[in-house]
Design a protein around this ligand. Sequence first.
Ligand code: NAD
Length: 298
Amino acid sequence: MARIGFVGLGNMGGPMAANLVKAGHEVKGLDLSDEARARLAEAGGTPVTSIAEMAADAEVIVTMLPAGAHVRKVYGDEDGIFAHAKAGTLLIDSSTIDVDSARAVAEGARAAGMAMVDAPVSGGVGGATAGTLTFMVGGPDEAFEAARPYLDVMGKTIVHAGGPGNGQAAKICNNMLLGISMIGVCEAFVLAERLGLDHQKLYDISSTASGQCWSLTSYCPVPGPLPASPANRDYQPGFAAAMMLKDLKLAQEAASTSGASTPLGAEAAALYNMFCNAGEGGTDFSGIIRFLRGAQEG
Ligand code: NAD
């Protein structure tokens, strides 16, 4: 069993750290919030209040932070992980952040003699609690193999996407595709409504025709065809629109720095931005169908 340091015990990191404790690891957890640290103590971990304490004897450090700036700071500050962890410590950053920050921090780890992977997740709070997350992992082969046993405790599907930053790249490419396809499916239902075509009829036809996709057949944005989709519970998330917007903005940032042409990704980011600005950031991302109906009426 390993001594694990964990930074960022929020909605996702809290249950992930609890699963590492459950698997028998010794977990020292750090968070700015007293409540988050108290929840770790309840789960059987040891809350700490400084990076020095968290990192001093850690063999593995996992971070689950809001954005790139937090990750750069927690690793790279003069009082950060690189300054306090032992050479040879395995570092796993599971935050969803921009590819450039992920690659810069990975380079810092290499210079400090530490193995590092970026390992963002999909699966949400439900997956974090159940230990069924999907991890998209970027980093050298040896670091991936070293990280796998810990990722196996927190997740079900672990995919090595290539070198440093490629976990983040995989996550934002997938979620850009998801945002675009969800808007496409919503538009098809909105048009069907105007044309007097029943939701269920469109579902039955498109789910076995060339319009088939995950947004339609696993996450249908209208109530009825799939009783488990958020559309059947007034669009409670699920996957909140604000999280989709974060990922679409990261995709646009990456498209701009890499010179990739992603006009539909840009349009999806603009639409989710308007949806969130209308006060719907906490609504499931499939709820954008309500906004598209309204937009047509305007
Ligand atoms: P959250 O805001 O609930 O948790 C982040 C935690 O980090 C907070 O508790 C905060 O206090 C802590 N923190 C921030 N700066 C810190 C610092 N300097 N030192 C110590 N602690 C610090 O966010 P979350 O929902 O748990 O998401 C975490 C990451 O996972 C994000 O990058 C998010 O995009 C990604 N993600 C979230 C979901 C989801 O459904 N919530 C799904 C997939 C990926």
